[in-house]
Write a protein that binds this ligand. Sequence first.
Ligand code: ADX
Length: 192
Amino acid sequence: MKRAPGFVLWLTGLSGAGKTTLARRLLDVLAEARPAEILDGDQIRAVLCAELGFSRKDRDTNVGRIAFVARLLARQGVVVLVAAISPYREARAQARAAIEASGCPFIEVFVNASIDCLTRRDPKGLYKRALDGELPNFTGVSDPYEAPEAPDVVVQTDRESIAASAETILQALRARGLLAQLDAAGSEDAHD
Ligand code: ADX
């Protein structure tokens, strides 16, 4: 049976910007109509990428593995929500190319928040450790973050609620016809 492809919603941004929170919120909505999964950097690093650190090479390997799994899932019709810093443009471009080559849409979402705000929030205490020089290669402090130049969606999580950011993303999916596709799949299931 030929399934409609899923798509990959790729949330990129600094640590603490709200990628995981947004992915969970979106999963609640999207999973009602289609199988959906979250691939979260912190979780992937605990299992699939446990040997990797935070050098550019290791981050690119991490992002490449996430993209590989995302592609396998999306081409089976799964909606994939990726939440990973994925700081390098080139690695994100490669992820997009591989996923689009499989016929699956790739939507890059820039989850943006100022360093000032993230340093103030700092729920894991990582920014403090990085600023104190105890955590080398920390993204945004002592390691680069290459912001997307032409993201499909931008959300500003230091100035708006998570609900508002989630709605902006859902609107973008709607505008691309990706929610209609989900709604159709949902109503087909309902008539089975
Ligand atoms: S990525 O750069 O390879 O995409 P990923 O999203 O998987 O990163 O993992 C980031 C998480 O690792 C952060 O949310 C944070 O909890 C943790 N972390 C530990 N050390 C670092 C570091 N040096 N830079 C960024 N994140 C770090």
